[in-house]
Ligand binder design. Structure first.
Ligand code: GYE
Length: 335
């Protein structure tokens, strides 16, 4: 929501100095690499990282987890403690507390929801463990974490809304919205961006409900919408991610209507299954959200642990696809 573009350089030197000796093992001199655990004789020091992932709700998440595990591998100098919280905010906070008590060198969080992070982030700060956020943002003060890397969710929503406004905005259009997880940054920001882009058009939101970013959730919510309005009463679906759009496709087909034709669909992510549905004409437009954030997150962790300055905010670059672009991109799509 309030992510500022390149909002400055984090002051982490003091933190990293204070971290020296926290990594466990006998600290045998060497001022550099403060906070990293001892490796074998002569080996580079291994950095112990706790990563609190949201869960495994979507294709996007699967690609993100894979990217993170590859980037934080043993070969690359990390000892990764991985936790997936099954989209339960309390369980995710408990996982972060357990990383703190394990005395990891750094903590990476993909926060399920934006609010509620102040206490545990303060606890990490008191324990002198730096926190790097990846993917979703938090509403807590920027002073409580070293850096964030992710996608511009508001812009994604705007791009999706712009497509809807340009293609459907001049005729009366009944839209239903499949929202992401309530209280999550991408659900909030995509909704905000989309609304601003369709303002003043003839697109009317007739219903909006969360499908929790899952295929099953999208299907169930869409079934409810179809029951309520009938297929004829819905012209457009805005799904906050591809998985929910894919669930909606199943519901629309089961109701005897044609997704992409009778009911238009616009979504966000551009994962392979979504792109295939777009190429097949069942989705009409997809805005990309890059999940391959692992290398950038690992680079940030290394720098922060070494006491080097980092950008507070780093955005991944995202594109957008119509049917032809999806067909062209699919053969070489990485996720
Ligand atoms: O769009 C969705 C996933 O936080 C950007 O989370 C991420 C979102 C992504 O479940 O598919």
């Amino acid at each position: 929501m309030k992510v500022k573009l390149l909002s400055g350089v984090a002051t982490v030197a003091v933190l990293a100095m204070a971290l020296t000796g926290c990594g466990g093992g006998s600290s045998s001199g060497g001022a550099s690499g403060g906070g990293a655990s001892e490796g074998g004789a002569g080996a580079a020091k291994t950095i112990k990282v706790g990563f609190a992932q949201t869960g495994s709700e979507s294709g996007w998440r699967a690609a993100n987890t894979k990217s993170m595990k590859e980037a934080f591998s043993k070969e690359k100098g990390f000892d990764l403690v991985f936790n997936a919280a099954d989209n339960d905010p309390a369980a995710q906070i408990a996982a972060v507390r357990s990383f703190i008590s394990q005395g990891v060198d750094a903590i990476v969080i993909a926060p399920i929801v934006s609010d509620g992070w102040d206490d545990v982030l303060k606890e990490a700060q008191s324990a002198k463990i730096p926190v790097i956020l990846e993917d979703r943002t938090v509403s807590a003060s920027e002073d409580l974490y070293a850096a964030w890397v992710g996608d511009d969710f508001k812009k994604e929503g705007e791009t999706a809304g712009k497509w809807a406004a340009e293609n459907l905005g001049t005729a009366d259009t009944n839209m239903v919205v499949l929202e992401g997880t309530t209280g999550s940054a991408p659900a909030n920001d995509r909704a905000e961006g989309f609304s601003s882009a369709i303002a003043g058009t003839k697109i009317k939101t007739v219903a909006s409900q969360t499908g929790d970013f899952t295929r099953d959730g999208g299907k169930k919510v869409m079934e409810g919408f179809l029951q309520k309005f009938g297929a004829d009463g819905i012209d457009l679906v805005f799904a906050h991610n591809d998985d929910m759009a894919l669930g909606a496709i199943e519901a629309i087909e089961a109701a005897g209507a044609k997704p992409g034709t009778d009911i238009k669909i616009v979504s966000i992510d551009a994962v392979k299954d979504g792109m295939q549905a777009l190429a097949d004409g069942k989705i009409n437009y997809i805005v990309e959200c890059n999940p391959l954030l692992g290398d950038q997150a690992a680079e940030l962790v290394k720098k922060v642990v070494a006491g080097q300055p980092v950008e507070k905010t780093t955005y991944a670059v995202d594109g957008a696809f119509d049917q032809e672009a999806a067909k062209a991109a699919l053969p070489t799509r990485a996720y």
